[in-house]
Design a protein around this ligand. Structure first.
Ligand code: ATP
Length: 274
């Protein structure tokens, strides 16, 4: 989990150009982020500042990448956490961690002399799931703390904070999270279509020696239903097959084997958890 946290936190240098497909989602996100960039006009028009954006969609479609690109686009410091990090045995620990997260955003913005901060919370459904009876009471404080922090965002001055949350189970979210002034902007990140898949494959082929026979167009056709994360795996596995054969270059055949490997891997994953 430390490993995962580091990966998620990583440098926020990523740009929208490095995200394949997702044209609509990227466009919608940029439009929403312009509220943060054009804050002076927003104030002049008396428009309510944007505090929360919810990214929804299947796993591995690039929601984390989007949040990082958003940080780059708005020149924000990027602070990330996952909902599962707030799940604790003891009441109050999760709420404390939420407080720390916002504090870290403020401290880092001051240190790095940035006016904006983006806090990314992956798997928001873990802390923001619907309340059922008296269950999950220990999480309530965590959720309440998040709502309190968001409600207070513009009570303090610098930096401007935007919270981006991601979930692949939007229907599970507590309605308190979705109210105006909270996560009231929703952006759907879909599985890529063929054009999007080709774009993603191209991005992940950039650092790889491909034979002239390789058609990423054909590969995009063969990978219907694949997520960006799976497409990245296809390229990676293909490269491993080529290397195992002591070749200097990756052929279409290796990439097709990569497709099979990823498909089979998914299947065995599912079987083992069932
Ligand atoms: P999860 O819901 O599982 O957290 P996610 O939607 O946040 O997934 P990411 O973590 O952003 O997905 O993507 C995982 C990896 O898959 C990325 O680091 C990248 O290598 C690859 N990837 C996913 N989507 C794209 C994309 N649209 N373009 C390029 N690479 C992608």
């Amino acid at each position: 989990s430390q490993e995962r946290k580091r990966k998620k936190a990583g440098p926020a240098k990523l740009t929208f150009e490095e995200i394949g497909g997702q044209d609509n989602a990227k466009q919608e996100l940029r439009e929403a982020l312009d509220f943060m960039v054009r804050h002076e006009e927003i104030q002049k028009f008396g428009i309510r500042p944007l505090k929360g954006i919810l990214l929804t969609g299947p796993p591995g479609t690039g929601k984390t990448l989007m949040a990082k690109a958003a940080a780059h686009y708005t020149k924000s410091v990027f602070v990330a956490a996952s909902g599962s990090e707030f799940v604790e045995m003891y009441v109050g620990v999760g709420a404390g961690r939420i407080r720390e997260l916002f504090k870290e955003a403020r401290t880092r913005a001051a240190q790095e002399k940035k006016e904006n901060a983006i806090i990314f919370i992956d798997e928001i459904d873990v802390i923001g799931g619907k309340r059922e009876g008296g269950q999950q009471r220990e999480y309530d404080q965590t959720l309440n703390q998040l709502l309190t922090e968001m409600d207070g965002i513009y009570n303090s001055d610098a930096p401007r904070i935007l919270v981006i949350a991601a979930t692949n189970r939007k229907e599970m979210l507590d309605s308190a999270l979705l109210r105006p002034g909270r996560f009231d902007r929703h952006i759907q990140v879909e599985l890529p279509d063929k054009k999007g898949r080709k774009h993603i494959l191209e991005l992940h082929a950039k650092n790889k020696p491909l034979n002239a026979d390789v058609s990423l167009e054909r590969l995009a056709e063969e990978t219907y239903g694949f997520s960006g994360a799976q497409l990245e795996s296809v390229m990676n596995e293909g490269a491993i097959y080529a290397m195992r054969e002591n070749l200097q270059i990756i052929d279409q055949r290796h990439l097709s084997m990569g497709v099979d490997k990823v498909m089979l891997g998914e299947k065995t994953d599912r079987e083992s958890t069932e």
